[in-house]
Design a protein around this ligand. Structure first.
Ligand SMILES: C[S@@+](CC[C@H](N)C(=O)[O-])C[C@H]1O[C@@H](n2cnc3c(N)ncnc32)[C@H](O)[C@@H]1O
Length: 340
């Protein structure tokens, strides 16, 4: 279980300071799933969110689906959203957030949605969710906490054959790409990235040993293990696409089993380019939401919180101040696949 599942974890701060995913990225996933083309038969559409956290994905998806129905772009009788997380804290935050989202979309639209919540690990959802019942699985920023083979097996069971789509993705390590003030700051940016790597991954007085393993190692490696399991399993998964982006290395890699097929979907290696502009102060609040910080902060006093010591070190290295506006791009990956 991850630190996010601990009772003391501040799910509210998590939702405030973490990056969120763009609607365009969800449209891209839905286009891979052929959502608009295939849902003209008035049936129930079911989407499962694994490791949903505070409901980050559904907050964006619900109003968009309501619009699609309103504009008669999809013809569904019911939209079943299955929201799951191993943490009761996260799940209550998700319930609160999604109830609010539903309350804002109008009564007629609200009746369209059936929300179901399960407090459960992602690997053990088959009985709760039901075999061959799901059209689209999404799993954002949580696959590194899961036992890849067990989880993929479970997702294969809950997805509808032939049409069911698995989409999972993650991000790690904000890479500083700029600071918004006059002058040339290239050297500072380079130093800030060196400082980040050393502070976050080295031990002795730093965060290195505070990361829960093997989760962090897996995420830092952009979940290659899970991605390769899907890519290589041609018997169970088809149309597989995986894209890795590493802004620190200036590197994008695309693994794509769609090539040469006429599936009406174009792979976009920028679909999950995740950037964020923060004041340094906001960045530091985000730093306090890292799972390692949760552990560190519980052991250290207020003046030694991760945000405080990170600021001290970064400010010594770059002279950046709390109100400076900084730009980051995260290392990311995503995988899309269809159940065979
Ligand atoms: C970093 S958060 C991501 C939340 C949300 N999907 C997002 O993208 O903002 C990771 C989530 O995975 C959940 N988690 C950790 N281990 C899990 C497991 N074995 N099964 C299901 N969820 C798990 C945590 O409780 C947490 O809510």
């Amino acid at each position: 279980m991850s630190a996010f599942a601990a009772k003391s974890f501040q799910s509210h701060d998590y939702a405030l300071y973490r990056p969120s995913y763009s609607l365009d990225f969800f449209k891209y996933i839905f286009s891979f799933a052929g959502l608009i083309k295939s849902s003209q038969d008035g049936k129930k559409l079911s989407i499962l969110d694994v490791g949903a956290g505070p409901g980050t994905c559904m907050i964006t998806i619900i109003p968009y689906l309501a619009t699609l129905v309103e504009e008669k772009k999809i013809n569904v009788q019911k939209i079943r959203l299955v929201v799951t997380d191993v943490s009761s804290n996260m799940l209550s935050e998700a319930k609160k957030n999604l109830t609010e989202v539903i309350s804002k979309i109008g009564d007629e639209n609200a009746n369209l949605f059936e929300l179901v919540y399960f407090e459960a690990g992602g690997e053990g959802l088959t009985e709760l969710v039901g075999k061959a019942s799901i059209d689209i699985v999404i799993a954002a920023e949580c696959v590194h906490w899961l036992k890849s083979a067990d989880w993929l097996n479970c997702m294969h069971q809950v997805l509808k054959p032939q049409t069911g789509v698995l989409a999972f993705w993650g991000y790690v390590d904000p890479v500083f790409t700029g600071v918004e003030k006059p002058g040339d700051h290239e050297k500072e940016v380079e130093k800030a990235n060196e400082f980040y790597e050393s502070f976050v991954y080295e031990a002795e007085g730093k965060l290195g040993v505070y990361w829960q393993q093997p989760g962090r190692r897996k995420l830092r490696g952009l979940c290659k293990e899970a991605n390769v399991l899907v890519y290589d399993d041609t018997k169970n998964w088809g149309d597989v696409v995986t894209v890795y982006r590493d802004p620190l290395q200036g590197d994008v890699s695309v693994f794509d089993r769609l090539r040469g097929q006429d599936v009406g979907f174009k792979v976009d290696d920028e679909a999950f380019k995740l950037t964020k502009t923060f004041t340094l102060d906001q960045f530091l609040r985000y730093a306090d939401t890292w799972s390692s910080s949760h552990k560190w902060n519980a052991e250290h006093g207020e003046n030694e919180k991760v945000s405080s010591i990170f600021y001290k070190g970064l400010n010594e290295t770059t002279k950046w101040e709390l109100e400076d506006v900084i730009e980051v791009e995260f290392k990311t990956y995503y995988t899309l696949a269809k159940k065979v």
